[in-house]
Write a new protein. Structure first.
Length: 271
């Protein structure tokens, strides 16, 4: 890559390389290069280490969402692991994009979990001046939840809230867990279109339904799927059966509501 711009490519560190030099060759801000490589110590680069250099079309505002260009072999799960988010968050933020048919060069939005990445926290003291770094852009605010999105039914007939929506002891936002009985089926909480019905690493089988007014409902940790991507569903349509969670021994459904890709407390919508 020494003979041309490394922008948009993986670069293997050679003797004498620095992040600053790579950023200059790629003509991208150093802070963006750092944010695309969370966990990389700029002062501890090793020969043979691989660095992802963002393209000119990619962006990395401090609070997210990132604008990321799909590369060969990418999946939402792999992208989520790299940037410390979740595949469900990425899928919900990219309406109209099929997670199972990603195209190389395609740009997707990668929401973060509301905090800076580890690399950006570590590099604050050595970041370049404001004139050379991109202005932080917060995630778009979808506004208040529409007033008619109220009194929707819960996704299960019989359940108990095993974990409420909210932050855990480390400040990480956790979706709701609903415990139920063997054989229970999760149902659509409102009319909509199934935009995703497939498997995700760490979440098992997942169904994501898009509703009117930029609302999405997510049903994860399913056993068997009862719908396909692209299916139009009405309120109460069975979507999946609930699986037994290995760590708890319970039949748990991970249920999430989102507005404009941002998680919201399901209790603001459900009756």
């Amino acid at each position: 890559m020494r003979g041309g711009s490394p922008a948009g490519n993986w670069v293997t560190i050679q003797r004498g390389d620095t992040l600053g030099a790579i950023a200059r060759r790629a003509d991208v801000p150093l802070v963006r290069l750092r944010r695309f490589n969370p966990g990389v110590n700029p002062r501890g680069l090793a020969v043979g280490q691989r660095i992802l250099v963002p393209s000119q079309n990619e962006r990395a505002p401090s609070g997210g969402p990132y604008r990321y260009q799909i590369r060969p072999g990418d999946t939402y799960s792999a992208i989520a692991r790299r940037f410390g988010t979740s595949p469900v968050s990425i899928a919900a933020a990219n309406t109209g994009v099929s997670p199972t048919d990603l195209k190389v060069g395609q740009l997707v939005s990668v929401p973060l979990h509301g905090t800076r990445t580890a690399s950006s926290r570590r590099s604050t003291s050595s970041s370049p001046s404001r004139s050379s770094s991109p202005s932080p852009r917060p995630a778009p605010d979808p506004g208040p939840v529409p007033s008619d999105a109220r009194d929707w039914p819960w996704p299960l007939d019989d359940y108990r809230v095993a974990r409420a929506f909210g932050k855990d002891s480390r400040g990480t936002l956790q979706p709701m867990l609903l415990a139920t009985d063997q054989g229970a089926r999760a149902k659509a909480v409102a009319d909509g279109e199934v935009r995703f019905a497939d498997s995700m690493r760490q979440l098992g089988r997942v169904v994501i339904v898009h509703h009117a007014d930029n609302l999405q409902s997510v049903y994860a940790m399913c056993d068997s799927l009862l719908v396909d991507s692209g299916t139009r569903v009405t309120q109460g349509t069975p979507l999946c059966t609930v699986s037994r969670h290995a760590s708890t021994g319970r039949y748990d459904l991970l249920f999430d509501m989102r507005h404009g890709g941002k998680p919201i407390d399901p209790r603001t919508v459900l009756r």
